[in-house]
Design a protein around this ligand. Structure first.
Ligand code: WTA
Length: 642
């Protein structure tokens, strides 16, 4: 965040109290709920609302940094998402409403979802999949994505969903790290009117994935694709003869539920480990209270299932609560810039949850577009993924919420599993730009390097919470170092935060080398390794530059090998190389060629200085620079060769 943005944020003094009408209907309206003297009992209360084959003996075992929740409890997440509702009137209610980018829709009731999930789970079993086998899901936003996840959870085969925007190289690395036996993909998906070639990408990835035995392909588009005999199977072919019922596996509360790869501060993505009982409880509780979800609601979270938001608040959270969840396949601006508003109007969406980047793009398109649509069904709005600037918050409140919907600005991470800091919409006074206060049962604080509570510093979580990550897959050392080495027994979030006089938290963005580009989490190191992988690149340094809409844009400083000349063609080639290595979400916005990178005497690249250069600020302190001429050369070369 720039210092100007920070200034505006901290001067923000407008507040918004819940209206009497909202309070009247809110699920949680008791302010005393924040006076939790027993956090474990608090969470246990939610666990009791769910189905367990066998109750737990103990709520928590905490041997830092390893937590176990609901010890010896046996449950099944899919049973709780579906079967639990089948004995009620919800059996015939819409569980999923799907809209494809070309405009077709499909609705699945809870009963239909049960059948589809069971049939697919049986198909997986018929292919020899057993509890514990990992399965990679590389699908567009179609109902089969949710069905596949739920089927995996039903039989205890952990899923690893890979976002459809990742390249074949990224898919390959994630398959190999998880040693998945099966990959589930589609012939393609629609994005801005073009086909995303998921099957072709999968074929490419599968040249170097020894663990994969079978590929299951959903026919989404109906285009020509190549099928490898014996290895590749069509979803419909393997499902159609399967029985309609499949028993839900009794999972231990701490059994692996899923892996989700995310960017850290090294070039290698890490497989975040989530287990069953605690995650289920945390996601259920936060969906219920923060989104104030009711039987009659249609809930739309616009995230892709490839991200944690899609896991927790497109699929699991809404279904655990017996709500109706809406899935949309395509781009927000296709065929027109008002696509989102037309979806809200068409399906009469009640709760809408999206990212600040999307809101800022919509602001640019103007208020007239939402005004063309009847969005009077909306009663609650949410944001996630990046800090939201007060201007965008107010626009969201007025243009989308018609001054009538509370906004829940929810802070959390892939690692936290569910929301940790957020308003409760029937209780909390809102301040534009602040995620407000920790959810009851969450012990968050802002501390300095010495661990003292301060008003501006690092955000930490001081006691375990049910949905917390249980590790980094196959790498306990990195888990310890990444999150638990900064403070003894406190979880280090990697985010900076400020606290105001009323104790509200204002999130200020990452303090490490993780960028947020249009809500996608990308590490500077990943992009750097993709660049140095190209034969002409000697060295690369990447920074996230402030961007008014996307939060960060990716700027790469590149040193070429001897005798290689920079050119516009080479710039394009390098950008495409990053797309090939990671995916289009990581395409650098700018590449600046330079003879040298500024380094400290100990050889560390001075990123702060690079950021100053990229954002056009006067240079900060350069006294530690090994060669101060480098700075001068930047100005000359970097900005003349762009
Ligand atoms: C950022 C997304 C400010 C933060 C669920 C965090 C936010 C990272 C907010 C995690 C928010 C998320 N306000 N910043 N409401 N929500 N962040 O793993 O920097 O993709 O560490 O999870 O997003 O990103 P991730």
């Amino acid at each position: 965040m720039t210092s100007k943005a920070l200034d505006t944020l901290l001067k923000e003094e407008r507040t918004f109290k819940p209206t009497p009408n909202f309070i009247k209907q809110a699920i949680m309206k008791d302010k005393n709920i924040y006076k939790q003297n027993n956090k474990q009992k608090f969470w246990e209360g939610f666990a009791r609302e769910l189905h367990w084959f066998k109750k737990w003996d103990k709520i928590l075992e905490w041997t830092p940094p390893n937590a176990k929740w609901f010890i010896n409890g046996k449950t099944n997440l899919t049973f709780n998402c579906i079967d639990r509702h089948l004995s009620t009137w919800k059996r015939t209610k819409a569980a999923i409403i799907w809209e494809g980018e070309p405009g077709e829709t499909r609705t699945l009731t809870y009963q239909e979802l049960h059948r589809e999930v069971c049939q697919f789970a049986n198909a997986l079993k018929s292919l020899g999949i057993k509890k514990g086998d990992r399965i990679t899901i590389y699908l567009p936003m179609i109902p089969e994505a949710a069905i596949a996840m739920l089927a995996c959870a039903r039989i205890g085969a952990p899923h690893s969903v890979v976002f459809g925007g990742f390249s074949s190289d990224s898919l390959r690395d994630r398959i190999n790290d998880s040693k998945s036996k099966i990959v589930i993909t589609a012939d393609g998906g629609w994005r801005k009117g073009s086909i995303v070639p998921l099957k072709a990408n999968t074929d490419e990835a599968l040249r170097e994935t020894p663990s994969i035995e079978k590929v299951i392909v959903v026919k989404r588009i109906g285009n020509e694709i190549s099928m490898t005999k014996k290895r590749d199977l069509l979803w419909n072919d393997i499902v159609k003869t399967q029985p309609y019922d499949c028993e839900a596996e009794e999972m231990d509360s701490e059994d692996l539920l899923y892996l989700l790869y995310t960017s850290g501060t090294t070039g290698k993505p890490k497989g975040i480990v989530h287990t069953t009982g605690g995650y289920m409880t945390g996601v259920y509780a936060t969906t219920k209270w923060i989104f104030d979800i009711k039987d009659s609601d249609i809930f739309w979270c616009s995230a892709d299932v490839g991200w944690v938001t899609g896991h927790s608040y497109v699929v699991y959270g809404p279904l655990l609560n017996g709500a109706t969840t809406l899935l949309y396949e395509g781009a927000p601006n296709y065929p027109d810039n008002d696509r989102f508003w037309s979806i809200i109007a068409k399906h009469r969406v009640n709760i809408f949850y999206t990212a600040p980047t999307a809101i800022r793009s919509f602001m640019k398109f103007g208020k007239e577009l939402p005004q063309k649509h009847d969005m009077s069904s909306l009663r609650l709005l949410g944001t996630v993924g990046e800090p939201i600037n007060p201007e965008a918050w107010i626009w969201y409140y007025e243009a989308i919420g018609r001054n009538n919907c509370p906004i829940v600005d929810t802070w959390w991470q892939t690692e936290t599993g569910h929301i940790l800091i957020s308003p409760l919409p029937g209780i909390t006074k809102l301040k534009p730009g602040s995620a407000t206060i920790p959810f009851p049962g969450i012990d968050a604080d802002i501390v300095n390097e010495k661990g003292e509570s301060v008003d501006a510093g690092y955000l930490v979580i001081k006691s375990p919470w049910p949905g917390m990550l249980r590790g980094i897959y196959g790498d306990p050392e990195r888990y310890q170092k990444q999150y638990w080495s900064q403070y003894k027994n406190w979880y280090f979030t990697g985010d900076g935060a400020k606290r105001d006089k009323e104790g509200y938290f204002w999130l200020l963005g990452r303090v490490d080398d993780v960028m947020k580009v249009s809500g996608h989490r990308i590490s500077t190191m990943e992009v750097e390794s993709a660049l140095v992988d190209h034969k002409v690149v000697a060295e690369a340094a990447v920074i996230g530059k402030h961007h008014d809409i996307k939060e960060n844009s990716i700027v790469a400083f590149v040193t070429l090998k001897a005798n290689i000349k920079s050119s516009t063609d080479l710039t394009d080639e390098l950008k495409n190389h990053v797309v090939k290595k990671i995916g289009s979400i990581a395409r650098p916005d700018e590449i600046l060629f330079t003879a040298e990178l500024p380094k400290t005497r100990s050889g560390k690249i001075m990123r702060r200085l690079l950021r100053d250069i990229a954002e056009g600020r006067a240079l900060g302190d350069t006294t530690t620079l090994a060669d101060s001429n480098v700075v001068r050369r930047f100005y000359v070369e970097g900005y003349t060769q762009r």
